[in-house]
Ligand binder design. Structure first.
Ligand SMILES: Cc1ncc(CN)c(N)n1
Length: 239
């Protein structure tokens, strides 16, 4: 990097999440900051913002993401079970309620709008990144280890908050169909930022005495899979 290259925002900071500079989350995120930056600035996100994704591309993405949804719910459920304070359990319970209503509603409305078949909603062919993500989430749930579960939640929610909070994102209420703007809106704003800050703070607190090596393995694979998930959406070759 030369003197004229602006430094890139560190993971989680695009939306103003506070990360202790010498803490565990900063250490975990440092190793995959390039992949994180590549994901939040992906062409998929650019064309979601501009509404240029065609229906086949958006359908491909949401069919796969709908398969991500159930293991993600189970991950949240495991976090609720393993959380060591009542306050944290309440936060997880509220977030479960939100995604089972608002987020699930966006999927259904968008499937209807795009004319996605019942077979593709329920039993699609799973892409390699979707299959690997499912495996990773099941593996994390089966550790029954709160900090490990939190690592996947921080990556999945923090990376989505970061891309949806880019300064070039369409404004709330912009003249853009809900199939695009609705997905952006679900991943930004004060409530979603507060949720991600909670996850980061919980991970910082709960991982204080934990060996970082295993957590780092989960962090790195999760960030790589987020990037692979976007890379998997078919785009015509640029030329
Ligand atoms: C692949 C992926 N990663 C994260 C999110 C946000 N929960 C998501 N919907 N899909």
């Amino acid at each position: 990097m030369n003197a004229f290259t602006p430094s890139l925002p560190a993971p989680l900071t695009t939306a103003g999440i506070a990360v202790a500079p010498s803490g565990r989350v900063a250490a975990l995120s440092a190793g995959r900051s390039e992949a994180w930056t590549a994901a939040i600035n992906h062409r998929f996100v650019n064309e979601l913002f501009s509404g240029e994704l065609d229906d086949a591309q958006l359908s491909y993405y949401i069919i796969q993401d709908n398969q991500f949804f159930v293991p993600f719910l189970e991950l949240l459920g495991e976090a609720l079970v393993r959380a060591d304070t009542v306050e944290a359990k309440l936060v997880f319970g509220r977030q479960l309620g939100m995604i089972c209503s608002e987020e699930s509603g966006w999927f259904e409305a968008t499937f209807d709008e795009l004319g996605v078949s019942q077979a593709d909603r329920a039993h699609p062919h799973l892409s390699e990144p979707t299959r690997s993500f499912e495996n990773l989430m099941h593996k994390a749930v089966n550790t029954h280890h709160y900090p490990t579960v939190l690592v996947l939640l921080v990556v999945a929610e923090g990376l989505y908050l970061d891309w949806a909070s880019r300064t070039d994102a369409p404004e709330p209420g912009a003249n853009l169909p809900n199939k695009f703007l609705g997905w952006v809106d679900l991943h930004r704003g004060d409530e979603f930022r507060t949720w991600v800050q909670f996850l980061v703070d919980e991970l910082e607190r709960a991982s204080g005495q934990v060996d970082l090596e295993e957590l780092t393995r989960f962090w790195n694979v999760a960030v790589d899979l987020e990037l692979a998930f976007f890379n998997d959406v078919p785009f015509p070759l640029e030329g």
